[in-house]
Design a protein around this ligand. Structure first.
Ligand SMILES: [Zn+2]
Length: 246
């Protein structure tokens, strides 16, 4: 049994969805200085945002929107052939000030609750491992959350989400080793295979656009260095993941 607190948000679609429409779990950080302000925002009609769950810094889980109603957390978003993922996902907001303020480690209590909640949701809705994503994965030009401090590797060890199987020593050896344009192209091809969609709706320059895509990938799978540059380590990881998801 998961202990939950209820604090319903008025921000959701009135039409109920079917259980089998829920195929993705999308993880966020709140990106606000104060936790109480984040909760207020997610429950205020003025802002038109919400999520299904909110994980407080002390690990408490708040239900903002019941699972079968569509919450407003993903915005313009893409993954494989899916667009605007709100209708197909459950959104989980994890309290953290984020990159704009004082991005900090998620607390142990938070991670414990995240693990418990996700395990429960995977079972209930038969969510595929490859469909557990960060907000930045589905909106790489707009979003950074949950960011490079989120312990995706630890989650993968508990069979949540996907991860590569490259030994640490190999990773380290290839870190920051820059690659030629051919390997860069190869890297982006692998990203597409993993599920990333390159949609430059922000009309960014090509350089800035690809820089953000690489950073998004690094925040998820190569958290040691977030520099937006494709290096050999990134290529190896992308290759390994694409193969796994085949
Ligand atoms: Zn988000």
């Amino acid at each position: 049994m998961i202990k939950k607190i209820f604090n319903y948000s008025p921000n959701f679609e009135l039409k109920k969805r079917r259980k089998n429409q829920i195929q993705f779990l999308i993880l966020h950080y709140t990106g606000m200085e104060k936790e109480t302000d984040a909760i207020k925002r997610l429950t205020n009609t003025k802002y038109k945002v919400s999520s299904h769950y909110f994980i407080k810094a002390n690990g408490e889980i708040i239900v903002l929107v019941p699972d079968l109603y569509i919450a407003w957390h993903a915005g313009e978003s893409y993954w494989k052939n899916f667009k605007y993922l709100n209708k197909n996902s459950i959104g989980i907001e994890i309290s953290n000030p984020g990159h704009e303020y004082n991005y900090k480690n998620f607390s142990d209590k938070q991670i414990k609750s995240v693990l418990k909640l996700i395990k429960y949701l995977i079972k209930k809705y038969k969510i595929k491992s490859s469909n557990i994503l960060g907000h930045s994965d589905i909106a790489p030009t707009r979003k950074k959350d949950p960011g490079e401090k989120f312990p995706w590797r630890l989650l993968a060890q508990k069979k949540i989400g996907v991860w590569h199987s490259i030994p640490k020593i190999t990773l380290k050896k290839n870190r920051l080793k820059l690659v030629d344009s051919k390997l860069e192209k190869y890297f982006f091809k692998k990203l597409k295979k993993i599920g990333y969609v390159f949609n430059n709706s922000e009309i960014l320059s090509k350089k800035n656009f690809f820089n953000l895509i690489v950073k998004t990938f690094q925040r998820r799978y190569r958290q040691e260095v977030i520099n937006g540059k494709v290096d050999k380590e990134c290529v190896l990881i992308s290759e390994n993941l694409a193969k796994k998801l085949n």
